[in-house]
Design a binder for this molecule. Structure first.
Ligand SMILES: *Cc1c(COP(=O)(O)O)cnc(C)c1O
Length: 377
């Protein structure tokens, strides 16, 4: 059997181990130390922003703290994109707030601005203005950022940008991750760079950063030992894992280029068929996706579907994965409101994500092509 080709495995650059060694040498084996400070400033300079970056234990923790800083309280309503990994929505429930889900639009697969505004107006008419909006750059594809931002500011609602998959993606020359009142990244093992597990929150100023660190380190009051005036969390990133992040930042440009090359590889493969469509960023010159994951949709006219391709790849020990089941269809959220039509459910039914790692070799690509070509002829 050929070795397994994974969907999006970790890809170490080699330098990571030196930063881990530094943590050991200095004995900062703790959620404090130079690697954390330096990883945060590496990220801020990569994003080319004056905003502040805080490294945390996960992207999910970053969303939770973003909601808290946005002032979301138990019983409040928060609007969330339906087509996303469920981690975008779970933190709304950690707070005891109520999620309302909004459909995607067909071009970027991100939150539909029209349904977003429709939902806000409807809730305001019911006397309940939403407290925050969480939107997502799906698989790294920048959403309709300016339209979503304009709606959030028109109604004075805090905007949380879930850029977990979009490190290195760009909208009108600016990097994703600077387009929210709060923005978040994930460094989970399958993301474009990884710290094995981890995340970051980008906020507007130092005051917010201090609040985030305070909440992420058990809400310790500064001048009084073991004196607490509010509920805290244990969400800070480990200094050992931040060392992995620093090493990954040395190679991030290469990682993004490789992912984008993978997209061109698939694009060429599917150029002459209209039964299989590749999700790609060439519909708008203002946006640049990092193409974290490559995803195809299968036309309903085809004699095969996404499950057939999944099975054919699996038979050759190649991992592929369907898109998420939209959150408004999840049993755990069956009582939540949904604003939209069938964009996200259609994508769920027809899409398949293909191997997209930055360490995909030419030999891997040949194996993938030999399976996929059978569906093209
Ligand atoms: C990975 C991911 C998260 C969660 O990040 P973790 O670091 O795994 O907690 C949130 N939102 C999206 C869109 C993701 O892809």
């Amino acid at each position: 059997m050929y070795p397994k080709i994974w969907l999006s495995p970790p890809h170490m650059g080699g330098g990571e181990i030196n930063y881990i060694q530094q943590a050991f040498n200095s004995n900062w084996i703790a959620p404090i130390g130079d690697n954390i400070d330096d990883f945060e400033s590496d990220l801020a300079s990569f994003l080319d922003t004056k905003k502040e970056v805080v490294c945390l234990s996960s992207g999910t923790a970053a969303i939770h703290l973003a909601l808290l800083l946005a002032g979301v309280k138990p019983g409040d309503e928060v609007i969330c994109q339906s087509l996303t990994f469920v981690a975008s929505a779970f933190p709304i429930n950690y707070i005891g707030a109520k999620p309302l889900f909004v459909d995607s639009e067909p071009q970027t697969w991100g939150m539909c601005p029209e349904y977003l505004e429709f939902a806000i107006k409807e809730r305001i008419n019911k006397g309940k203005k939403p407290k925050a909006i969480i939107y997502v750059h799906v698989l790294g594809m920048p959403a309709k950022v300016y339209q979503i931002k304009a709606i959030a500011s028109k109604y004075g609602i805090n905007l949380i940008e879930d850029a977990a998959e979009a490190l290195g993606s760009e909208y009108k020359g600016e990097k994703c991750g600077v387009f929210g009142d709060f923005s978040i990244f994930s460094f989970n093992g399958n993301k474009i760079i990884t710290t094995s597990g981890g995340g970051a929150l980008v906020c507007n100023n130092l005051q917010d950063k201090k609040k985030v660190i305070f909440l992420a380190t058990q809400a310790k009051e500064i001048n009084q030992e073991y004196h607490h005036e509010c509920i805290g969390y244990n969400y800070r990133m480990s200094n050992v894992l931040a060392g992995i992040g620093r090493g990954q930042m040395e190679v991030i440009e290469d990682r993004i280029n490789k992912r984008r090359e993978n997209n061109l590889f698939y694009k060429e493969m599917f150029v002459n068929t209209d039964l299989i469509n590749l999700f790609t960023d060439d519909f708008n010159e203002n946006i640049k996706s990092n193409h974290w994951l490559n995803c195809i949709t299968i036309s309903k006219k085809a004699k095969f579907n996404n499950k057939d391709i999944f099975n054919a790849l699996k038979e050759k020990n190649i991992e592929s994965r369907s898109l998420w089941k939209p959150i408004h269809m999840q049993p755990v959220y069956k009582n939540s409101k949904f604003y939209g039509e069938t964009v996200s459910t259609n994508l769920f039914e027809t899409a398949l994500c293909l191997p997209s790692g930055s360490n995909l070799t030419n030999k891997d690509k040949e194996r993938i092509a030999s399976v996929l070509n059978k569906f093209i002829q």
